[in-house]
Design a protein around this ligand. Structure first.
Ligand code: CP
Length: 314
């Protein structure tokens, strides 16, 4: 795979997605066995997070370490951004210290792409506003394939606040490129306009879609991205759209439930369902390390990675 940055799932080809998932699968056994791999030896990855994160930041840090690289976590709240320095100046100054990759999360859609245009170091989008979260979509696809096999023809239901979800947007791009059929469901105020352009089905109530779904991806209501509450209350939301035990009983026996985290238990997902037999949520978290390793290695050391994948000595 030859690309300078990973900014959007929208511009990944099906071949690139399949390559990254294949690399992540090849990393599974050594990483489960506690091994490290050499692809980032001598390289430094800077995590530039301007929004909070538990899973994404930690898994990028672990992924870098498992690839024998070193990480530096930039703290926006303790930086000179507080003295009026711009995002671009901040990134240019970090780049001047010669890191090998920047992982960027920011509340403004498009900010990783703006940085990528001005910098020569590889930039990975770790979530930009409600636009995209491409590595989340890759780890979700990896988890679905791990549990269900190839996704061609599989029915994926994304349930919740679709309008404000970068996870939904990136997943729709990746899943459709892998041949899955995608439906979204949520309150009318939380579905984005022009759904037909995204090529997905939609419904305002989940009951009819749940029995056919191979995968249900539940999403949090993203109040931090709404100027005003767009549903009557969280209690009303939970009653009509929350995946509770009664609705989970509509699922096929082999169906799986995903959630990107953080979960608001009792709102979009009841605790018994989040921790129940259909849930693969903690598998997603482990797979996030493998997939982020694949992305880092593919951007920072593509030749050695390709040689290793072909089974030759690098
Ligand atoms: N899924 C996800 O992006 O989680 P964090 O916000 O904890 O990184």
């Amino acid at each position: 795979m030859e690309r300078a940055h990973l900014l959007w799932a929208e511009d990944l080809t099906a071949e690139e997605i399949q390559y990254l998932l294949k690399v992540a699968r090849r990393f599974h056994a050594p990483i489960s066995g506690g091994e490290s791999l050499p692809f980032l030896h001598g390289k430094t990855v800077v995590n530039l997070f301007f929004e909070n994160s538990t899973r994404t930041r930690t898994s990028f840090e672990l992924a870098t370490k498992k690839l024998s690289g070193s990480t530096l976590n930039f703290s926006a709240s303790q930086s000179s951004l507080q003295k009026g320095e711009t995002l671009l100046d901040t990134a240019r100054n970090i780049e001047a210290m010669k890191p090998h990759c920047l992982v960027v999360r920011h509340s403004s859609a498009g900010s990783p792409a703006i940085l990528a245009k001005s910098l020569s170091v590889p930039v990975i989008n770790a979530g930009d506003g409600f636009h995209e979260h491409p590595t989340q979509a890759l780890l979700d696809a990896y988890t679905m394939e791990e549990k269900l096999g190839k996704l061609s023809g599989k029915r994926i239901l994304i349930l919740g606040d679709i309008a404000h979800s970068r996870v939904a947007r990136s997943n729709i791009h990746v899943l459709k490129k892998l041949g899955a059929s995608v439906a979204v469901c949520g309150p009318p105020t939380l579905l984005p306009p022009q759904l037909e352009k995204l090529g997905v089905d939609h419904a305002f109530r989940p009951e009819a879609l749940l029995p056919q779904a191979d995968v249900v991806m539940t999403l949090r209501i993203q109040l931090e991205r709404q100027n005003r509450m767009q549903i009557p209350s969280l209690t009303e939301y939970a009653k009509t759209w929350g995946l509770n035990q009664e609705r989970a009983r509509l699922l096929k026996s082999g169906a799986i439930i995903l959630h990107p985290g953080p979960i608001n238990r009792g709102v979009e997902l009841d605790p018994e369902v989040a921790d129940g037999p259909h849930s693969v949520i903690l598998d997603q978290v482990f797979n996030g390390v493998l997939v982020r390793m694949a992305v880092l290695a593919a951007l920072c050391n593509p030749k050695d990675l390709a040689t290793w994948i072909r089974g030759e000595k690098s």
